[in-house]
Design a protein around this ligand. Sequence first.
Ligand SMILES: Nc1ncnc2c1ncn2[C@@H]1O[C@H](COP(=O)(O)OP(=O)(O)OP(=O)(O)O)[C@@H](O)[C@H]1O
Ligand SMILES: [Mg+2]
Length: 476
Amino acid sequence: MPLRYFDGTTHGEVLSRITNDVDTINQTLNQSMTQIVTSVVTMIGVLVMMFSISWLLTVVTLIILPLSVVFISIIVKNSQKYFKQQQEYLGHVNGHVEEMYGSHVVMKAFNGEQRSVEKFDQSNNVLYKAAWKSQFLSGMMMPIMTFIGNLGYVVVCILGGYLAVRNAITVGDIQAFIQYVRSFTQPITQIANISNTLQQTAAAAERVFEFLNEAEENPETTKPVKLTTVQGSVEFKDVHFGYSPEKIIINDFCATVKPGQKIAIVGPTGAGKTTMVKLLMRFYDINSGSILVDGHNIKEFSRQDLRQMFGMVLQDAWLYNTTIMENIRYGRLDASDEDVISAAKIAYVDHFIRTLPDGYNMVLDEEASNVSQGQKQLLTIARAILADPRILILDEATSSVDTRTEVLIQKAMDNLMKNRTSFIIAHRLSTIRNADLILVMNNGDIVEQGTHKELLARNGFYSSLYNSQFETTEVF
Ligand SMILES: Nc1ncnc2c1ncn2[C@@H]1O[C@H](COP(=O)(O)OP(=O)(O)OP(=O)(O)O)[C@@H](O)[C@H]1O
Ligand SMILES: [Mg+2]
C-alpha cells in the first residue's frame, strides 16, 4: 500500500483491522463454521425420521421454520448496525490509545490527560452502547427460538392427540415424534445463536475487505532496468507533486545533478525539501514530470533496486526495539560485527556506545527514548555509512548533533562520499558552503541555484537566508 494511505489513517486503526477484525473472522471460521455444518446435517437427518413417522405432523411442525426466519431476520436487521458500530469504535478506541502512548511526553507536557480521558470516554461510551445493544438483541435470539420451538410441541401434542383418538397414529409414535421435534429445534436455536457471531464477523469482514480494497501502490514495471554500476547522476524534469490533488506542493521542479556532486538543498521550513527526497526514493509517485537516475526514469527500476542505490538519513531518526548492533546492521544485513563497528567509528558514535552498560548489545526501547536525539542521529548515520550506497541523502541528519561533532562527521562524510552523489539538506548554512551545487527552494520551486560564492554574489534569496543566520549571533 502506498504511504499515502498510512498518512491518513492512525496506526491503531490499521492495527485494529488486522488484529481484532481478522481475529473475529478467524474465530468464526474455526468454531462457528463446524457448528453450522453439524446443525444442518442434524436437521436433515431428523427431518427424514420425522417424515417416516407422520408426514402430516412433520408438515405442521415445519411451520415453525418460517416463523423462526421472520424473528431471526427482524433481530438481525436491528442489531447489525450495532455490530458494525462496535467494530468501528473498537478501531477508534485503539487508534486513540495508540496515539496517546506514542506521544506520551507531549500529552503530559500540555496537561492533556484530562482531554485525552474525555476523548477516550467519548469513543468508549459509543463502543459500550453499541456493544450492549448488539449483545442484548442477539441474546434475545435464544429465548425467542426456544419459545417458537415450544409452540411446535403444543401443535404436535394437539394434532397427535387428535390423530391418536382416530387411531391414525400410536401414542408411541407421538412420543418419538416429540423427541425428534426437540432434536430439530435445537440446531435451529444453535444457528440463531451463531448468527450473533456471524453478524460480528460480517461487520469485521467488511472492514477487512475495505482495507484490502484500498488503492494499492502503483505496480512495479514488468521489465525493470538493472544497472551494474550506478554512476549517480540525477535529473529532475518539470516535477509536479502534491500529497493531495487539491494542494500541489512542488511546482515545476527542475535540476540536473552530475555524478559525484555534492548537492545541498536549502530553503525555509515547509519549502518541500524533504518532499523532494521522498519523491526521489519513490515513497510517493509524482503527478507529472519525471525523475531520472543515470538517464532512466525511476519508474523503470524496481522499487527495491532503486532504494538500494540510496542511503538515507532522515530528519526523524528511525530506530527499532533491538540492540544497537542490529539497528546499525539494518543498513546492510550481511555486514559483519567489525563492519558495524567501523561504521560506528566513522559516525563518531563508537565511543558513546562503548560507555553504555551493554555496549553494542544494549537494547533500544521501542521509541528509542533511552538514547539522546543526537545519539539517535549518529546511529542512523552509521547505518547509512554501513549501507555504502551510491547516492547518499542526508536530511537534516546532524541537526541535533553539537557543532563540533557535526564538523567531524562532515569531514568523514566528505571522504566517504568522494565520487559519489550526495544530497545534503541543511538549515545551518555554514555546513554546506563547500557543496558543488546549492539548490535554493522556496514554496516548492527552485528559486536559485549555484555555488555558495555565486549565490552570495547574486545577493538574492540565498544570501538573505545566509546572512540572517549571522546577523544576531556573532559566530565568527
Ligand atoms: N505526508 C504529508 N501529507 C500532506 N502534506 C504534507 C506531508 N508531508 C509534508 N507535507 C506538506 O508539504 C510541504 C513541504 O513539506 P516538507 O516536509 O517537504 O518541507 P521541508 O522543506 O522538508 O521543511 P523542513 O525544513 O521543516 O524540514 C509542507 O507544506 C507540508 O505541510
Ligand atoms: Mg524536512
